[in-house]
Design a protein around this ligand. Structure first.
Ligand SMILES: [Zn+2]
Ligand SMILES: [Zn+2]
Length: 394
């Protein structure tokens, strides 16, 4: 078995990993680094020859740092099926739109023709059969499960019957989402694990993160309102849900940008969410539709994404506060600078805390592993902590 990283190891962004197992080359994720200064640093570090030899691609979720280099790979000659959940595929198309606008605004070159986006050979994974082994090639099979990070986001476990080797890819994951479930992989020790280490050895609890955000809202909302910046998928659904009860308790109005609502409507499958969540979302969608039709104004909390900021359709008069749970996108950074608006950034976990990393590590008992999605020092701290955890009962 051979593992190659084309990006995403010892850095935050452009996650792109290759595993070669029994002569088959499987690529997992194909993202960009949004904050990189050059095309070379923004896109994965693969050559035409590398890309043309790939047999299959698996995408863990829709975020830019896992998907936006797919059209680039196609333009270099990628000729392989691209597996992902149907939700991930739909969101990825929305992220292509957003990136096109961002790149135009920032004057960033896009190193492929737009048609490459249409040429991606997407194959939706049948989620009804999640949790079952599926054949991939003659000798290789895989299993997928929800990893709590975003709607339809998945971890993957590959098993090669010929060599009896197994490889696990966590994707970005969390066990602390307010709305998305985390499925435990089968309890078999794996040969190699590629693990999300974005939060390093962070020990802060999700409940404390939520309390901090809500106290910021309590401080700012009664005055001029709050613009709450979220990504299109993942944190946006978590915060929509968390704010539903916050606003209800305080009798406050909340609105979400139409693009976000349109994407939420596409996610209305009960099995994507933890139980009970789906009903509240459906109710919210109906109420929102009513408010939009009646033309009522003065919402106090506005959930928005880069899409609204790019279109200049914000009702901000420069008096609201801008809140985000990060990371700060180039579009958001530019917007708050131009509007001279203070930006408050508070953490909310969509990546594992040390407790969660340790729990998954102990569950998988990998013979070897690598942590990804963080700078070198953070990665080394986490890897050392996990090695220690293997020998202690902490
Ligand atoms: Zn992500
Ligand atoms: Zn990521």
């Amino acid at each position: 078995m051979q593992f190659i990283s084309y990006g995403g190891v010892n850095e935050y962004g452009r996650s792109c990993f290759l595993i070669e197992i029994s002569g088959r080359r499987i690529l997992v994720d194909c993202g960009i680094s949004k904050s990189a200064k050059t095309v070379r640093e923004r896109y994965p570090n693969f050559s035409e020859a590398d890309v043309q030899r790939i047999d299959a691609v698996f995408i863990t979720h829709s975020h830019e740092d896992h998907t936006l280099a797919l059209p680039y790979a196609v333009s270099l000659g990628l000729n392989a099926p691209v597996f992902a959940s149907a939700e991930t595929i739909a969101q990825t198309r929305a992220y292509f739109q957003l990136w096109e606008k961002t790149a135009a605004l920032e004057g960033l070159p896009i190193p492929y023709h737009k048609e490459a986006e249409e040429q991606i050979d997407f194959r939706p994974i049948d989620m009804a059969a999640a949790g079952e082994w599926k054949p991939l090639f003659d000798e290789i099979e895989y299993i997928a499960g929800a990893n709590g990070h975003a709607p339809g986001s998945l971890w993957y476990l590959f098993y090669d019957r010929a060599s009896e080797e197994s490889v696990f890819f966590s994707g970005d994951y969390t066990m602390s989402s307010a709305v998305f479930p985390f499925d435990w992989p089968p309890a078999t020790s794996v040969d190699f694990a590629v693990l999300d280490g974005a939060n390093g050895v962070c020990r802060s609890k999700q409940a404390d993160c939520i309390a901090d955000v809500l106290s910021q809202l309590d401080e700012h909302v009664p005055h001029n309102g709050v613009l709450f910046h979220v990504p299109l998928a993942g944190k946006s659904q978590d915060w929509l849900y968390l704010l539903l009860s916050f606003c209800k308790q305080r009798d406050l109005r909340m609105e979400a940008e139409p693009f976000l609502m349109q994407e939420l409507e596409k996610l209305m499958h009960e099995d994507l969410f933890k139980s009970g969540i789906f009903r509240d979302f459906s109710k919210f969608l109906n109420v929102q539709a009513g408010i939009m039709e009646s033309g009522e104004t003065e919402p106090k909390i506005t959930l928005l994404t880069d899409f609204t900021l790019l279109n200049g359709a914000v009702r901000a008069q420069g008096k609201e506060a801008m809140l985000t749970t990060g990371p700060v996108s180039p579009v958001l950074k530019r917007y708050v600078e131009e509007e001279n608006m203070p930006l408050t950034k508070l953490p909310y976990h969509v990546h594992p805390t040390l407790t969660e990393s340790t729990a998954l590590y102990r569950h998988l008992q990998p013979t070897s592993f690598i942590c990804t999605h963080a700078p070198k020092e953070t990665t080394e701290q986490l890897e050392a902590a996990l090695r220690r955890a293997a020998f202690s009962s902490l």
